[in-house]
Ligand binder design. Sequence first.
Ligand SMILES: [Zn+2]
Length: 409
Amino acid sequence: MSVHQSAIHAPQSEWADLLRQRALGTQISHDLGNLLDRYRRHSDFYRDRIGMADSWVQVPPLEKNQLHDLPVDATTPTQEARTSGTSGFQVTIHNNRREREFRRALLYRPQLFYDLPQSVTQVVFVDGRWCADAQTKPKEFTYAGRHYRTWFVGASAEPAAVLNLLVTLRPQLIRGIASGIVRFIHESSRSLQHIGARIIGPGGEFLTNEWRTLMQEAFGAQVLDRYGSTETGAIAWQCPHCHRYHANSDEIILEAEPGGLIATPLFISSQPLLRYRLGDIITFDNDKPECPVQLPTIKIQMARRDDWIIDGAGRQVSPLSFQFEQVPHLTAWRLHQLSDGSLHLYFDAEKPEITAGLLDQHLAASVPNRPRRITAGIWKLDRPGKFKRISSDFTLSVNHAGAGTGKPV
Ligand SMILES: [Zn+2]
């Protein structure tokens, strides 16, 4: 039996074809013993960690707070990415250029099975407030013979600017932060079907049935969700054929543990994650759907789900519009909106006196005109909520653009 390797080891021009073939082919089994040897060879960190374990499950899961001790292979330059993870704990991961490009190839995998033209116009909702206009030069990318032209809009950008861009470009595909798309739908308060989008591909957050229906009805388009994390890359994607979530299990070993999902992305070798605990609750389906895609299917039972914040003008602020990753020395944060509308941000940092001021500025810009309090110490929040970084007890008394409460609808 030949040992299965990540497609990253093939020439880059073959990645899309390989990912397609593997999705359609028979399920791949991983040689776990061989893999453990590979991790042992990476560093003393893993040699010690794996120790005498002779089976995969004996290796203790890698927790978020252990990431900073994990050495980075310096033979090729790497870039850092910071994320608040699922819990508000800041983690930093390192990937080299090839790994970052492979992550994109994996992210685009679902589109191999979408009904799209050869040249695709795409608008993606990302963190932040910035919004492209039709004159902005798009990002160009060719994948599996299809040419993608991509424009980006911030999850908390001016809705009028986003609408203007969508009406001008008429993108076939709209992707990105689910709460950003939902906020835009609420604030534009009119049908968006004339834009002519074919597929809405939300991601980044747990997609409720309410959000799915809202997107479907607003755009008159098919909604195909994606599930992944900054640390591991794209984990699973909703399939246009069977509508279930196919797991990229040829590239990421997934263990659906009762204590939360454990993931091992096989394509990362600069700072490899062995049995990394993500914490979301997923289950594998026992039955196989009628579908040309042979990758196993999962159900996401519980994943990151933050509440909305409402600013002083009564406008919704997407939970993913906070870019606390950019605040230096911050190690953890949680944000709570009290029933009187005021905000309370709890944080941990290496240099709290510097970080507090920066957080205050950041929060004032993101949520204008609300009283706010910043408190060092993440554990003082009464209601920690396993899957919440942002929680709200605030209910808006005036019904605003179809969104009456601080809670997600
Ligand atoms: Zn399918």
